[in-house]
Design a protein around this ligand. Structure first.
Ligand code: FEO
Length: 396
């Protein structure tokens, strides 16, 4: 493999997982990569490892640059297994390397891989590791997105290695942002933020402000998934500032629903027509044709969401129950939520959706809209008007 250098002495040694399609439930249509970095000076440090099925490729990539026995340090920015599960093998091969992580990281490594990791040395924000002319500086980033999470900054090269932050599940034969389509890159970055980091928006905002206050120059951001930001790293920082502050650029409503015998489907389409009649953009996602990952991504930059469900067994249709569980966990900021649905004899779905949203402290639009059996012309007119009124509520 040709060496991929971020700057002199800083190499990407990660692997591309072309066929990953389901990352613990997150649908990754474009695959992913696990990015590890080798920083070479008088001393050499490996920053992060990769998912264990790819350990052979990682070892091969490192070995093209240095014999693993000569590796001096291994930095563990994050213990989640996509970045650490090959560590036990790498640590055995790099038998002379000292391993560094945060205190939480050390505890988690021991719980994941056993007491051979009692030897991990802990670092905290502000600690430095001199490699020669290059210096690694550490910045703890707890809950971005695990307690152990940490950023490593290569001071002289102005390279930030923030692990999961600023990443994307995007497999490519290219490594850098100036080599790929920027629209696709930002689409995947938004999807990643929405599905992995949205819950931690207040902490992200605080951490970005902390980094800005430190006034550290950043030429390159090397996340642990996807494409490396070297052309315009400020682009992704600004996007994170926008997303973490709940700033939406569009008056847009996302209608997320599912249907049994097309009644809720007909309602969704009539409601969407009502919204569009007010010059508000809308997007309809039927969950059995789409998925939670896509729905959450659409919601990230939308002002409002309408959730629709038929009643099944006196309650929410299962796909909609799954969606509400997912989205209430991710807690998107600043959205208006409305609800609709259909039923046969006794309802229950709309009430169930509302209860979940109320429990999550979502801002709720009332009234809701329910149709018994199949919507007739009168019902569809009510759906259209419901959409109109909902659109008026969010119109700027
Ligand atoms: Fe990419 Fe939190 O693991």
């Amino acid at each position: 493999m040709a060496k991929t250098a971020l700057k002199d002495g800083v190499y990407w040694v990660g692997v591309v997982d072309w066929n990953m399609r389901d990352f613990h439930g997150y649908i990754t249509n474009r695959g992913t990569s696990y990015n590890a970095y080798l920083v070479q000076d008088e001393k050499t440090a490996l920053v992060d490892t990769v998912k264990s099925p790819f350990v052979g490729e990682l070892v091969s990539n490192i070995s093209e640059i240095i014999n693993l026995e000569k590796l001096d340090y291994i930095i563990v920015n994050h213990v989640e297994m996509d970045h650490s599960s090959s560590l036990p093998i790498v640590a055995k091969l790099a038998k002379n390397a000292k391993i560094f992580s945060t205190q939480h990281g050390k505890e988690e490594l021991i719980k994941h891989y056993g007491h051979e990791f009692d030897r991990v040395e802990t670092v905290k924000s502000g600690d430095e590791l001199k490699l020669g002319k290059k210096t690694l500086k550490f910045l703890e980033a707890p809950m971005l997105h695990w307690p152990d999470s940490m950023f490593t900054y290569i001071e002289e090269d102005k390279i930030l290695l923030p692990n999961d932050a600023f990443g994307q599940h995007f497999a490519s034969s290219y490594r850098f942002d100036d080599e790929v389509d920027n629209h696709i890159l930002m689409e995947e970055a938004a999807k990643y933020y929405a599905n992995i980091l949205m819950l931690f928006a207040p902490l992200i905002n605080k951490k970005i402000n902390e980094v800005i206050a430190m006034d550290i120059p950043i030429d390159i951001i090397g996340p642990s998934h996807g494409i490396i930001w070297r052309k315009n790293p400020i682009q992704i920082i600004q996007a994170y500032q926008k997303w973490s502050n709940g700033i939406t650029s569009q008056d847009k409503v996302v209608i997320v629903f599912d249907t049994m015998w097309e009644s809720t489907d007909k309602m969704a389409r009539a409601i969407a027509a009502g919204i569009c009649s007010q010059d508000i953009e809308t997007k309809i996602l039927k969950l059995r044709s789409s998925n939670n990952t896509e729905a959450v991504t659409e919601i990230l930059e939308s002002k409002a969401v309408l959730a629709g469900s038929p009643t099944l067994n006196n309650g929410i249709f299962p796909t909609m129950g799954s969606f509400m569980t997912y989205i209430t966990g991710l807690k998107p900021k600043g959205k208006l939520w409305g609800f609709f649905g259909s039923y046969g004899w006794g309802g229950g779905a709309v009430r169930g959706l509302m209860e979940m949203a109320k429990k999550a402290n979502f801002e709720i639009y009332e009234p809701t809209l329910e149709v018994k059996w199949v919507p007739d012309e009168t019902d569809l007119k009510k759906c259209f008007e419901f959409g109109q009124q909902f659109a008026q509520k969010i119109k700027t």
